[in-house]
Design a protein around this ligand. Structure first.
Ligand SMILES: *[C@@H]1O[C@H](CO)[C@@H](O)[C@H](O)[C@H]1NC(C)=O
Ligand SMILES: *[C@@H]1O[C@H](CO)[C@@H](O)[C@H](O)[C@H]1NC(C)=O
Ligand SMILES: *[C@@H]1O[C@H](CO)[C@@H](O)[C@H](O)[C@H]1NC(C)=O
Ligand SMILES: CC(=O)N[C@H]1CO[C@H](CO)[C@@H](O)[C@@H]1O
Length: 417
């Protein structure tokens, strides 16, 4: 049987323990790397389809960059992915099937630079979301940055400032870092098979990707997926980073673990799997174009019942790079300084404060999404795209779509459907 390697896994260039005949062996039909939304939804579908599987997760929790945190008042705040919106049908259907309720929390629209947005949307409509690199203008667009295009099409200072904030909010990257083709393809993916992607759907709140939140916090989706896997006697192994994958002549995958960046434990466990699924790898109250602030956008993050008030903000791209080496206290002081500028002196004394530094997390290395600089999509697009979703790449919806697709493909390959 062919071994399918879905999704790229980076292998660390350290000395790896060797496989020995004394290593314990576990046999499963399918081994799944990563208890994120994609891996967990695939695992649940596979188990329902009669396939034995095991999920291996490096962290001590499920959900990846979907993470709930508790405030001192008991309220739940997401510090990772939290919004769901129009055309994100699969993640909304999954949450509904789990009896999770979404709610609309927004009050205001953002201004739009209408002509540039219409031009971007027009280009996005001509993209084939399955293979953006086959577009007749792919080479031209992939050889320039988003910034180059903005220099010509959004050069008025106020318009440019809005696009700069849009870029850092969507990608946590400056326009100078992004391939223009990647930006167009990302806009094209902000839709589904019947509703083409638009930039508005990425950035506005009503009708867009940030339209709704999930009552109780989005990590409940990952936690319930994990419960479904365990209910069906599947397993999720936490604290289990997979460091090495070996294909043998019999086309069986061996996955060896455990040891972490910091300990070199020579123990290995060998897992024999017929298939491997690699599932490893977000409007607004304030939009600020004042480059002396580190917070450029804030969101009302109060719970559905408004029992307390919460503000959420991102520190993006160059601002976060500047703060990477600072302590939590220093970052908190800068954030509260900006909040006071926007909301007044009351904002200086919150009853609780949560700082989540995704850029310092070993198993994420940053957030919210991976992006392509120029010349990556046209060269490697096919290899990068195969395992992921055509729509809502980088969003919870795209994760659920890819998990569901992979489960279907594996069930077909194993002759279960
Ligand atoms: C696309 O999204 C819209 C809004 O969520 C939905 O009504 C429509 O059924 C979706 N189309 C498909 C093909 O899923
Ligand atoms: C592709 O590029 C050509 C030349 O720059 C331009 O005229 C054309 O409008 C572009 N196509 C799209 C879909 O933007
Ligand atoms: C902030 O913006 C002003 C005006 O656009 C510019 O002159 C200045 O260099 C910018 N400062 C930083 C730190 O980017
Ligand atoms: C396993 C894997 O592909 N990890 C990647 C996740 O995304 C970060 C940031 O985009 C990469 O640095 C990792 O290599």
């Amino acid at each position: 049987m062919n071994v399918r390697i879905l999704w790229h896994v980076s292998v660390l260039a350290t000395t790896l323990p060797s496989l020995t005949s004394s290593s314990p062996v576990q046999n499963v039909d399918v081994a799944i790397l990563g208890a994120r939304l994609s891996g967990s939804s695939a695992a649940g579908d596979l188990i329902k389809g009669g396939v034995s599987d095991a999920v291996f997760e490096a962290r001590n929790r499920v959900g990846g960059r979907v993470l709930n945190m508790e405030l001192p008042n008991g309220g739940v705040q997401e510090v990772g992915a939290q919004y769901v919106g129009s055309t994100q049908d699969r993640v909304i259907a999954l949450a509904r099937s789990q009896n999770l309720q979404n709610f609309r929390y927004w009050k205001r629209h953002i201004l739009q630079a209408a002509n540039a947005i219409a031009a971007l949307n027009g280009m996005a409509r001509t993209i084939n979301v399955e293979s953006p690199w086959t577009h007749p203008n792919a080479s031209e667009w992939d050889s320039q940055t988003f910034s180059t295009w903005l220099d010509q099409n959004a050069y008025l200072p106020a318009t440019r400032a809005l696009f700069d904030v849009t870029s850092t909010s969507l990608f946590s990257a400056q326009p100078e870092e992004l391939s223009f083709l990647y930006v167009i393809a990302y806009i094209a993916a902000a839709g589904n098979a019947t509703d083409p992607g638009t930039l508005e759907r990425l950035i506005v709140v009503p009708g867009g990707a940030q339209e709704s939140r999930i009552n109780g916090g989005t990590q409940l989706i990952a936690i319930q997926l994990a419960d479904r896997i365990e209910f069906h006697k599947g397993s999720i192994k936490l604290n289990t980073p997979i460091r090495r994958i070996v294909k043998s002549a019999k086309a069986v995958t061996y996955l060896t673990y455990p040891y972490t960046l910091f300990s070199d434990d020579p123990k290995t466990l060998v897992i024999n799997a017929k298939h491997a699924v690699h599932a490893t790898n977000l409007t607004v109250q304030v939009i600020s174009v004042d480059n002396s602030t580190i917070i450029r956008a804030t969101f009302d993050n109060s719970p559905a019942d408004a029992s307390y008030g919460a503000l959420m903000a991102f520190i993006e791209a160059d601002e976060m790079r500047r703060l990477d080496s600072q302590t939590e206290e220093q970052v908190q002081a800068e954030v509260l300084g900006d909040f006071v500028k926007y909301f007044g002196s009351q904002a200086a004394n919150p009853t609780g404060f949560i700082l989540q530094r995704w850029d310092l997390e070993e198993w994420s290395c940053g957030a919210p999404v991976a992006f392509a600089p120029p010349a990556v999509l046209t060269k490697y697009g096919e290899a990068l795209r195969t395992p992921t979703s055509d729509f809502w790449v980088g969003y919870m919806d795209g994760a659920v779509r890819s998990g569901e697709r992979v489960a279907k493909e594996v069930l077909v390959a194993l002759g279960k459907v």
